[in-house]
Design a binder for this molecule. Structure first.
Ligand SMILES: *Cc1c(COP(=O)(O)O)cnc(C)c1O
Length: 403
């Protein structure tokens, strides 16, 4: 076992040390009003501290050891196995690795999809993550953005029409499982059915489940989004619901697809089958630790606790006359944007006059109460002062975003 880091010792000058203390205090202050972004806050990885004194580098393929031994690939494989099972990947016929986050997962998935179908356009909804069009550009692919339903879910009829126009070629579809603004989930089974009916010559579905993958897989009735529902690859972020102090994610793909990736051998002893060269050896440990600590049932309970808080926030907002709504089984509560002052104070995301709070584990009812009290205390009213019916609020959301 490595020695614990010697925190008593300092290599820093007094002013440099002071800067760190100041940063720590600032962060603690910010965390006390951190409700607008999808990060679990209540984790504790103190048992992994000794590994901060270790060099760890998972360079290359997670299933092939490097000539150096300072890696955590066995833990990485266990993380991949856990999520492969959760996402019902075909047994023994999947491949995956721990990434720097879901943006890298999406890049990898589209890379795999392009190797299989070099000329296929990529269909994705306008509420997909902003990294999707960037990845399409990086890979030199053609993107087809699709309209969305009022909830933020993909407009399947639009997908059907667009496929019809290009039914002589193959198709790649990105489904989003928990959009960044409204946490809407695209239905992979529906997408698969539409693809089969469209007559396209081949198809690939990537499910970007960065935010909601873990808990969506643990709830009944099960939302159709995984391998058994028709996905060819699925990803999830580690620093969102699972909880991690550093960004990370995991991508699972069907093994057959992964074979199309060029894997040159090199001086490390491990094939270059991922996007980056050197890879984080600490994040697989962090994700492994969270899996060990919570288990499936623990993670499910944490999600249920979050939903309860989200419903509480939604009802309290509506009770004080503030337009608010949420999608089913979502941790995200949509609300009309407050003033810039409160947006900054509570660090809220914003688009088209709408904001949200995300009731991740660690966001307590007390924090929600303080936020809503703040809204009431400042006597602010949102731009739309009348209490709106929820479906109407949703419609307005779509209209304002579309502008
Ligand atoms: C957060 C998110 C991403 C980007 O993930 P990172 O881990 O921040 O790179 C991609 N897609 C969706 C749906 C997300 O919620």
């Amino acid at each position: 076992m490595p020695a614990r880091p010697n925190t008593a010792h300092t290599y820093l000058s007094a002013p440099a040390k002071q800067r760190l203390e100041l940063l720590e205090a600032q962060l603690r202050n910010d965390y006390s009003r951190f409700i607008g972004f999808p990060a679990t806050l209540d984790f504790d990885y103190a048992e992994l501290l000794p590994f901060l004194s270790q060099v760890l580098n998972n360079v290359g393929d997670p299933y092939v050891s490097t000539w150096h031994g300072v890696h955590t690939k066995e833990f990485e494989q266990e993380v991949v196995d856990f999520f492969a099972e959760l996402f019902r990947a075909p047994k023994g016929k999947y491949w995956g690795y721990v990434t720097n986050g879901s943006s890298e997962c999406n890049l990898y998935a589209l890379y795999v999809a392009r190797q299989k179908y070099p000329n296929a356009p990529v269909y994705y909804s306008k509420t997909a993550h902003y990294g999707i069009p960037k990845n399409i550009l990086l890979l030199g692919m053609n993107g087809v953005p699709l309209d969305t339903l009022p909830s933020g879910e993909m407009d399947y009829e639009h997908l059907r029409r667009e496929l019809k126009q290009r039914s002589d070629t193959s198709a790649i579809v990105v489904a989003t499982i928990g959009t960044t603004m409204t946490e809407a989930k695209d239905n992979v089974a529906t997408i698969k059915q539409i693809l089969l009916e469209s007559g396209v010559t081949g198809s690939y579905i990537h499910a970007d489940a960065a935010l909601a993958g873990t808990y969506t897989a643990l709830l009944e009735p099960r939302w159709p989004f995984d391998f058994e529902d028709g996905a060819d690859s699925v990803n999830v972020s580690g620093h969102k619901f699972l909880g991690s102090p550093v960004p990370c994610g995991v991508i699972i793909v069907k093994k057959d697809h992964q074979k199309n990736i060029k894997q040159n051998t090199n001086y490390t002893g491990s094939p270059d089958s991922t996007i980056t060269g050197s890879r984080n050896g600490h994040t697989p440990l962090i994700m492994w630790y969270a899996i060990q600590r919570w288990g499936k049932e623990g993670l499910r309970q944490r999600a249920l606790g979050g939903f309860e808080n989200a419903e509480y926030a939604c009802r309290r907002l509506q009770a004080v006359g503030w337009p608010a709504w949420r999608n089913p089984n979502a941790l995200t509560v949509m609300l009309a944007s407050p003033s810039d002052h409160l947006i900054h104070k509570w660090q809220l995301a914003n688009t088209g006059g709408w904001s949200h709070i995300i009731c991740m584990p660690g966001i307590t009812k007390d924090k929600i109460d303080r936020f809503i009290d703040d809204l009431c205390d400042t006597h602010e009213l949102p731009a739309t002062t009348e209490i709106l019916e929820v479906p109407l609020v949703r419609q307005r959301f779509v209209e304002t975003v579309a502008q």
